[in-house]
Design a protein around this ligand. Structure first.
Ligand code: ADP
Length: 321
């Protein structure tokens, strides 16, 4: 019987557990054995392997985080360390490895496979949605829902006090969470790394909003631009009388029960990853594009460029006049 390994690597994301469950259950359904590897690539080197059965993944579908834990493992960037990892995998009988993570984790999986022959399959798990080959990544939808929940609450108090509020959301160098949460949360202003912005235009928009008696001004800011505190200072310098507050949502966006969208995406991706192993495929990343589950060679997946949704950004400007 073939044995596969599964690990989560890089930043955690809600829905990773749903993907682990899908991998384990699909693998067992197809007669494979599964070993869970704790703490990403570091767990291979430290020999942290767990035999997974059907009940190892019971009651995790609805839980945020990852039961396999996650860690960063700098030494995995060294060729000799990856060689050692492959030897350890071999001693545990692991022929295929499924890696749930981001770009960095996929780079590690690609090198491990091309250098040592271990079959590797990547599943995109990150709240940032910054993996080019996939329209959506596991965790993004949940993070957006968490962000709009917070925006709704801040909007209540902003309206009562007729205040402006800056809400800084995560996303690393990408503005997907800010864009989606900003549109869904009815933000007046959305500031993203992908779009040029001008502080004077932002202040003009706030001033215009005050003149037309808007009750609040919600500014959604992507963390990859500047910090909420810095933007707060820039606005105060220009509009000293404005009643302004800022909030950084931070790690609440990384946790919580995964949304329906994330659970389904994770279930489909996890199952497809196992199918690819059964087809003896290697160095592939599972993605969703145009609502279809597809897979690509890791190298070509890593070199793809994702088209930013400028139409949605333009729509946000029309809807917030
Ligand atoms: P993410 O997978 O979310 O992009 P990182 O970039 O931190 O997160 O990568 C996670 C882990 O993947 C790293 O700690 C390391 O073990 C491995 N990794 C990242 N980049 C490489 C690389 N160039 N070569 C080999 N392994 C890598």
């Amino acid at each position: 019987m073939k044995t596969i390994g599964i690990l989560t690597s890089g930043g955690d994301a809600p829905g990773m557990n749903a993907a682990i469950r899908a991998v384990v259950r699909t693998a067992i359904y197809n007669g494979l054995k599964v070993k869970g590897i704790m703490r990403g690539y570091a767990g291979i080197l430290q020999g942290e392997f767990i035999d997974m059965n059907l009940s190892s993944v019971a009651d995790i579908l609805q839980r945020g985080g990852t039961i396999l834990r996650t860690a960063r493992c700098e030494e995995f960037k060294q060729k000799e360390v990856r060689k050692k990892a492959a030897e350890i995998l071999k001693t545990h009988g692991i022929e295929g490895l499924i890696v749930i993570g981001g770009d960095g984790s996929f780079r590690g999986a690609q090198l491990l496979s091309s250098e040592t022959g271990v079959n590797t399959i990547g599943i995109p798990g990150t709240i940032d949605n910054d993996i080019s080959c996939s329209d959506y990544t596991i965790g993004f939808d949940t993070a957006c829902n968490t962000a709009i929940d917070a925006i709704n609450k801040i909007r209540d108090t902003a309206t009562s006090h007729e205040r402006a509020n800056i809400i800084e959301v995560m996303g690393r160098n990408a503005g997907y969470i800010a864009l989606y949460a900003g549109v869904a949360g009815g933000a007046e202003i959305i500031i993203l790394p992908e779009v040029q912005w001008n502080i004077n235009e932002i202040c003009e928009k706030i001033t215009y909003g005050i003149k037309r008696k808007k009750l609040h001004h919600i500014i959604v800011l992507a963390e990859g631009v500047i910090s909420a505190a810095e933007l707060d200072k820039m606005i105060r310098e220009r509009l000293p009388k404005l009643d302004l507050r800022h909030t950084t949502l931070g790690y609440i966006q990384r946790g919580g029960a995964p949304s329906v969208m994330d659970r389904i995406l994770a279930s489909k991706m996890g199952a497809r990853a196992v199918e690819l192993i059964l087809e003896n495929k290697s160095q592939r990343v599972v993605s969703i594009r145009n609502n279809k589950i597809v897979d690509d060679d890791i190298n070509s997946a890593l070199s793809m460029k994702k088209e930013f949704n400028y139409n949605l950004y333009e729509l946000s400007k029309i809807l917030s006049i």
